[in-house]
Design a protein. Structure first.
Length: 87
């Protein structure tokens, strides 16, 4: 995430706010689930690493300030990494 540092807080975005946003919209929804069967986001979309990164980006982007730059990096394995910058 890239943005201007708030001179009052010293943060680009409060880390607890970011953590809660990720937990509520990503971890709680996807963790320990069969993405093909249990997750509505993938009822009609193949849950490839590329599609997962894109959907996570879309979920977080709509809940964050437009002034912040967001890029999702998804580590499927140590050697299989996907980045989605939203372009």
């Amino acid at each position: 995430m890239i943005g201007d540092v708030d001179p009052e807080t010293g943060y680009v975005m409060d880390i607890k706010t970011l953590k809660d946003l990720i937990r509520h919209n990503v971890t709680d929804v996807y963790d320990h689930k069969n993405l093909n069967l249990d997750v509505e986001d993938f009822k009609t979309v193949n849950p490839t690493a590329e599609n997962i990164a894109r959907i996570i980006y879309e979920k977080l982007r709509e809940r964050m300030s437009d002034q912040l730059e967001l890029k999702i990096t998804l580590y499927e394995t140590a050697r299989n990494i996907v980045e989605y910058p939203g372009h």
